[in-house]
Design a protein around this ligand. Structure first.
Ligand SMILES: [Zn+2]
Length: 330
């Protein structure tokens, strides 16, 4: 099963790792691209999911995958970018150059979502204008990496230090939106406090009605409450409920708003409701056991997640996260 690997505090040192075991990722995973809706594409196989907006304004990426996959991710983006730039019946001898990668939004700090930052950002180009153009030699070099402030704070404390170019350079606190439409739509960033970590960002593509959630929502495992990086079970539930507030079904509970999880397949509101209900029930069961003075080992032995273990696998990390979150024991 997947084991927790995060930026763990060990012997006073922060070490670089991912929320899903790097050792269990295939050596050369196939990078697959799946259309989501409109200009949006899911890039799968890079570590965490990458959501890409590709169109006339260039490329915006939500997350950047593991560092060791960055070259293959870039190759896949370039291929897609050329294909899209050359749609529209031009003569086959005319190749329209693709538009550059302009933004990378990091949903949180884990290495399977930020590891490609340096290499992919270097390949891109930031939109500049007004006073900036021409004043700074490197102002137009490289894509801009955007995140919530806590992501930068925590990434800049990691030892050994990450390269400066791998760190977010444009941070926000509560909410942020790109100042202009990007590929024909508003892109809205919202901070979800103390959920998977304390720096989680939702990215909402308002025209396409697609929401990228980072690891607050995944289809491949129980949620990981990363207490060492400021996560909490109540914040996780608040964030899942916020997805359900934003999302609208097309018919009954199917279709409509599409939700791209941090790991796994494209979902709709019904998938998130199922996951939210599971987390709520497990929280209530563990809370009840805590009221009865049960220890963590007793809670684990009582199997509060038994109904879902065939679906989500080993519950130990999740149950421990819920227990420590509710008892404030880190
Ligand atoms: Zn994560």
């Amino acid at each position: 099963m997947k084991t927790p690997r995060t930026y763990l505090a060990a012997a006073g040192t922060l070490v670089l790792a991912a929320c899903f075991a790097v050792a269990q990722q295939p050596q050369n995973p196939e990078i697959r691209i799946e259309p989501v809706r409109g200009h949006l594409y899911l890039i799968n196989g890079a570590g965490g999911n990458i959501l890409a907006s590709v169109g006339p304004d260039g490329v915006l990426l939500v997350d950047s995958g593991l560092s060791q996959n960055a070259d293959r991710v870039l190759a896949a983006i370039n291929k897609l970018n050329v294909e899209i730039a050359n749609r529209g019946g031009l003569p086959t001898t005319t190749v329209v150059p693709p538009k550059p990668i302009r933004y990378i939004v990091n949903t949180h700090l884990h290495a399977d979502h930020t590891g490609g930052n340096e290499k992919i950002a270097k390949a891109g180009k930031t939109i500049t204008g007004g006073n900036v153009t021409g004043e700074f030699g490197d102002a137009a070099e490289g894509a801009t990496i955007i995140s919530q402030q806590a992501v930068l704070d925590r990434m800049s404390q990691i030892k050994p230090a990450l390269p400066f170019a791998a760190l977010p350079e444009d941070t926000y606190h509560d909410d942020k939106r790109l100042s202009h439409f990007f590929n024909g739509e508003a892109v809205i960033l919202q901070h979800m406090p103390a959920a998977h970590t304390d720096g989680d960002t939702f990215v909402y593509f308002r025209g396409s009605d697609v929401l990228a959630t980072g690891d607050i929502f995944v289809t491949t495992s129980y949620p990981f409450i990363d207490l060492a990086n400021g996560g909490s079970v109540q914040g996780e539930l608040n964030a899942l409920n916020h997805i359900l507030d934003l999302a609208v079904a097309e018919f009954r509970t199917e279709g409509g708003t599409l939700i791209v999880p941090g790991h796994g397949r494209i979902c709709d509101i019904a998938d998130v409701a199922y996951y939210r209900d599971m987390v709520t029930i497990v929280r209530d069961r563990v809370q009840d056991m805590i009221k009865r003075d049960m220890t963590l080992e007793q809670v684990k032995a009582a199997k509060p997640t038994a109904d879902w273990d065939p679906r989500y696998g080993s519950p130990d990390r999740f149950v421990e996260g819920v227990y420590r979150s509710l008892t404030n024991k880190k």
